[in-house]
Design a protein around this ligand. Structure first.
Ligand SMILES: [Zn+2]
Length: 295
């Protein structure tokens, strides 16, 4: 009753009451990059000239810190200009479980689609890497943490199958902090097996799969296709693992080694084959395709 009254009187306030507005709904800050000419580098804490970082494919000119890159930007960075042909653009996520956490999954999907301009967390297709035709997939950590729901799993599986049929080398760039997408329950978990099975058939057919791990590659993505590359590249200082370090520490109760779950640590322990700076990535992929001499 009292609340009702105060609401009513607030409505009747003159326009000057508008200073209450910012409190009501502050816009969520955009990830990473504020508008303007400068940005702070989390790697070296320096303020760097944004354009300078962009010129270097979004890496820090000072310390080579690798900033977040969206899926469409990855396509531009890695494929020859004008060669990308996107596959399965019409696949749309649904809400089979009627799932809700802080908000209903259906609403979350809509909000993420509007914010990122993507239908789900993956873009797939074909294009050229320095004039070599490849099948290409990329996941984007900005869309529900790049997690693998049914659409991501289906798109990647179809890409692997098409690469098998058309004898194409396969490149998948992972940027997934979320693993399997819990909003789709078992339907997202089964994508891990589905895409892995397709990769096994691709492998049996003699295909070359280059998996590129970027910051972050975690959970069910790390535990399925991302780890199954014939060759596994990782960008410097990327977070790569299954469960997060805090969860592991709380479970096993021992101090984790320094640098645990970074590209550098994983290279030392044999989990990845090479750390490749973003500026070299395209050339290294092309070189690896030639070197392996597979389709
Ligand atoms: Zn830096």
């Amino acid at each position: 009753m009292a609340t009702g009254n105060s609401d009513l009187s607030a409505d009747q306030q003159p326009a000057s009451a508008a200073d209450a507005l910012p409190e009501k709904k502050a816009p969520r800050p955009k990830r990473g990059v504020p508008e303007g000419l400068w940005k702070r580098c989390p790697g070296c804490q320096e303020t760097i000239y944004k354009q300078e970082a962009e010129k270097r494919l979004n890496t820090c000119p000072n310390c080579d810190y690798h900033f977040y890159v969206s899926a469409p930007e990855r396509v531009r960075q890695l494929l020859d200009e004008g060669t990308f042909e996107e596959w399965d653009t019409a696949l749309e996520p649904t809400d089979p479980l009627g799932f809700a956490d802080k908000k209903p999954y259906a609403q979350r999907l809509k909000a993420e689609q509007e914010r990122t301009g993507m239908r789900d967390a993956a873009i797939v297709g074909t294009g050229m890497v320095r004039a070599r035709r490849v099948a290409f997939g990329v996941t984007d950590s900005a869309f529900i943490m790049g997690s693998m729901g049914s659409v991501v799993g289906e798109k990647l599986t179809r890409t692997v199958e098409r690469a098998t049929r058309e004898n194409l080398p396969l490149i998948i760039v992972s940027g997934s902090g979320g693993g399997a997408r819990m909003h789709e329950g078992i339907l997202s978990l089964m994508q891990m097996a589905k895409v892995s099975a397709a990769l096994a058939r691709y492998d049996a057919a003699g295909g070359l799969f280059i998996s590129v791990l970027t910051d972050p590659t975690m959970g069910g993505v790390a535990a399925s296709f991302a780890s199954l590359g014939d060759v596994i590249f990782a960008e410097p200082r990327a977070l790569i693992g299954f469960a997060g370090p805090r969860t592991i520490k709380a479970t096993i109760r021992i101090e984790l080694p320094k640098g645990f779950q970074t590209s550098e640590f994983l290279l030392e322990h044999g989990f990845i084959d090479r750390i490749v700076s973003r500026s070299d990535l395209k050339s290294e992929i092309a070189r690896m395709i030639d070197y392996c001499g597979k389709f």
